[in-house]
Design a protein around this ligand. Structure first.
Ligand code: SF4
Length: 341
C-alpha cells in the first residue's frame, strides 16, 4: 500500500498521544492506518461513547461547581448532556452502558468525592488561540485545557525541515498540599494493581505534565489518575433479585468503583519522556521515508486489549487490504484533541 503525503499543516506535523504516541508504542502498522490513512472503525464503540459522555459531565462539574458539593441542578444540567449524547449515539438494547447507568455512576462518584481536597487552578489572564477564539477567560478554571507545544524540528538532508508539535487536552490542573498535579479521568473496566502499575509508566500523563510545565514555566509535581470503574453491574446493584444478594454489599461494590492514585515526576523523567517521543518520531520518519511500516508479529498487540480494530485488515492478503480499509467497516477519523467535541 502506498503511503499518503505526511499530514502536515503549514509545513508542521502535529502529534497527539492517542493517535500517534500510543499507536507507535503498540504497533507501527496501527499508526499507519490510524494517523496516516486516518481510518478508524465505523461504529463508535459504546465504551468510548460512555467514557466520552462521562468526561463531559465531569468537565461540567469542575468547570461550574469546582471543588464544592454539586447542587441538584447539576443533575438536570448533565441530563441534557447525556440525552444529547445518547440521541447521537444510541445504546444498543443489549448493552448495559445506558444513560440511566451513567447517571447512577456519576451520582455515586459525586457522593464519594463530595468535597474535593484540592484547589483548581485558574487562568491568570485571558488566553486565545491566536485566531481570535478565546480559550480561557481570566479566572476560568483550567478544565479540558488544550495545548500545542513545539517538540522538536525534524531535519533531513536536502529537504525542508519539519517542526513537530505535541498537542493534547488536559482534563484538570489541581493544587494539593502545595504541589501541582495534572489530573486525568479514566473510565476503565478494571481497577486494581495492574491498572495502576501500567498508569505509572503511561507516556500520556508524563507528556501532559511536560506540556503544562512548558506552557506555564511552573514546576509540575506529577499527575493523578482519577479512575472510574465502568463495568457491567451485578444484578444486586441493578436492583434486580439475585440469590447471592444477601451476601453482597452495594456500598462495598461502589467503594471499589472509584480510585485515585498520584504519581510524581522528576525533571529527569520529563526529559526522558521528551527524548523517547523524539526517538520514536525519528523512527517514524525513517520508516516513512522507505515507504512502509512493520507489523506487530508476535500477535500480542493484535489481541492484547481485545481484538485490534484492524485485525480483519491485517489478517488478509496484502492485495486485499486496501479494499477492506476503504469499506464501510471503517470511516475517516476527524478527531483531534484540539476540536471542541
Ligand atoms: S492487527 Fe496487529 S499488526 Fe495489524 S494493526 Fe493491529 S496490532 Fe498491528
Amino acid at each position: 500500500m502506498n503511503l499518503p503525503p505526511l499530514p502536515l499543516q503549514n509545513g508542521s506535523l502535529f502529534i497527539d498521544n492517542s493517535l500517534w504516541v500510543e499507536s507507535i508504542d503498540s504497533c507501527w502498522r496501527l499508526l499507519q492506518y490510524r494517523a496516516l490513512f486516518r481510518r478508524i472503525p465505523a461504529g463508535e464503540s459504546m465504551a468510548l461513547s460512555f467514557g466520552g459522555c462521562g468526561h463531559a459531565c465531569l468537565e461540567h462539574r469542575y468547570r461550574k461547581y469546582q471543588n464544592a458539593i454539586v447542587p441538584d441542578e447539576y443533575y438536570q444540567e448533565i441530563s441534557e448532556i447525556i440525552t444529547k449524547q445518547y440521541e447521537a449515539h444510541p445504546c444498543p438494547i443489549e448493552d448495559w452502558r445506558t444513560s440511566n447507568w451513567l447517571m447512577q455512576v456519576l451520582k455515586n462518584y459525586n457522593q464519594r468525592y463530595e468535597l474535593e481536597d484540592f484547589e483548581l487552578l485558574k487562568a491568570k489572564e485571558t488566553v486565545s488561540d491566536g485566531q481570535g477564539k478565546v480559550i480561557f477567560k481570566e479566572g476560568d478554571v483550567l478544565v479540558e485545557m488544550p495545548f500545542v507545544i513545539p517538540l522538536y524540528v525534524h531535519e533531513t538532508l536536502g529537504e525542508a525541515s519539519i517542526p513537530v508539535f505535541y498537542i493534547g487536552k488536559i482534563d484538570l490542573v489541581v493544587k494539593q498540599d502545595n504541589m501541582l498535579f495534572v489530573m486525568d479521568h479514566k473510565f476503565i473496566s478494571q481497577l486494581g494493581q495492574s491498572f495502576f502499575l501500567r498508569a505509572k509508566m503511561l507516556s500520556q500523563l508524563k507528556g501532559y505534565v511536560w506540556a503544562f510545565s512548558m506552557l506555564t514555566g511552573k514546576l509540575v509535581d506529577g499527575y493523578i489518575i482519577n479512575a472510574i470503574r465502568s463495568k457491567e453491574p451485578p444484578l444486586y446493584i441493578q436492583g434486580k433479585s439475585d440469590s447471592r444478594s444477601a451476601k453482597q454489599d452495594p456500598a462495598k461494590w461502589w467503594g471499589e468503583s472509584f480510585a485515585r492514585e498520584k504519581f510524581y515526576c522528576t525533571p529527569n523523567m520529563l526529559d526522558e519522556w521528551k527524548n523517547n517521543v523524539i526517538d520514536k518520531m525519528e523512527m517514524f520518519f525513517w520508516n516513512y521515508a522507505r515507504g512502509r511500516f512493520p507489523m506487530a508479529t508476535a500477535g500480542l498487540s493484535c489481541v492484547a486489549w481485545g481484538r485490534c480494530p484492524f485485525y480483519d485488515v491485517c489478517s488478509l492478503d496484502l492485495d486485499d487490504r486496501p479494499a477492506m480499509l476503504s469499506s464501510g467497516m471503517f470511516t475517516t477519523n476527524e478527531w483531534s484533541p484540539l476540536n471542541k467535541e
